[in-house]
Ligand binder design. Structure first.
Ligand code: SF4
Ligand code: SF4
Length: 267
């Protein structure tokens, strides 16, 4: 697979289809995000398609801020493509600026592919199971709990937060230039954890119609907070109310109300 991709990347660069191609390069034994260029075409020999995952589309946004005239290539797994669709829907990417080489690594279910094995449930300690949520828990598991227990488990999870911003920084669809999570009128700058549950609910609201369920935030979170579960529920609500499935198409508007009679159960 690497050789096929390498040949396509070389062709795209040599034929001026793209100015840079974003993928992964094996360096000192580590697959790291890398921008391949025509000038250093020999470096494409070190291109790898995994197992690293990084929001390459976030790098593309940063490059295009500085060089808006550039055309970029991206190695796009299913989740990268969903992120590109969201960024286009939210007017962050101009159509045609990004060309992809697609990797069909997750044909039907994110968890089926070995590169996504990090999404499988971890073996949890009994303390966490008792107080918080099992890793890999689904919204159905959560909704089976009485509201008070659900509430206390979420509070337990949120109180583990060390406000490192890893979840926001890695997120391919967190593109705001000013972040509410750093606004002193909204989120105080006192001791840890950050205001519970405000910090997490502010981020959850911002992920409505944006989160593409790539799992990168949960992977990055040192406190092992089940963030996908939270944003997954938010997007379930968005789907019920607006009929919007995040990331499925670059053109679909998230703002079509289906009917207020369909208001879902609270989180
Ligand atoms: S799963 Fe996390 S990192 Fe991925 S899009 Fe959703 S909030 Fe962002
Ligand atoms: S990555 Fe985890 S610990 Fe860091 S701010 Fe996000 S939720 Fe909190």
């Amino acid at each position: 697979m690497h050789d096929d991709v390498k040949n396509q990347v070389k062709e795209m660069l040599n034929q001026d289809v793209v100015d840079l191609f974003l993928a992964y390069r094996m360096m000192d034994g580590h697959p790291l995000p890398f921008a391949f260029s025509r000038e250093n075409i020999e470096e494409v020999e070190d291109l790898v398609t995994g197992p690293a995952r990084y929001p390459l589309e976030k790098l593309a946004l940063e490059i295009l801020k500085i060089h808006p005239e550039a055309t970029l290539g991206i190695l796009a797994r299913e989740c990268d493509q969903r992120a590109l669709n969201v960024l286009s829907t939210w007017n962050q990417l101009e159509a045609g600026r990004v060309k992809t080489i697609r990797l069909s690594c997750c044909p039907s279910n994110l968890k089926e592919h070995s590169d996504c094995s990090y999404l499988e449930p971890h073996v949890s300690g009994s303390c966490k199971t008792e107080l918080g949520f099992e890793f890999g828990a689904k919204t159905e598991d959560l909704e089976a709990l009485a509201p008070e227990r659900r509430f206390s488990r979420w509070m337990y999870e949120f109180e583990k937060c060390i406000k490192c911003y890893g979840c926001r920084n890695i997120c391919p669809v967190c593109f705001c230039r000013e972040c509410s999570l750093e606004h002193p009128d909204l989120i105080g700058t006192g001791p840890l954890p950050p205001e519970v549950p405000l910090f997490h609910l502010v981020r959850a609201v911002h992920m409505a119609g944006r989160c593409i369920d790539c799992g990168l935030c949960e992977d990055a979170c040192p406190a092992e907070i089940p963030l996908r579960l939270l944003y997954g529920k938010v997007n379930e609500i968005v789907k019920e109310v607006f009929g919007y499935e995040t990331g499925t198409s670059p053109g679909q508007s998230p703002f079509q109300v289906l009917g207020t009679e369909m208001m879902p159960e609270p989180l």
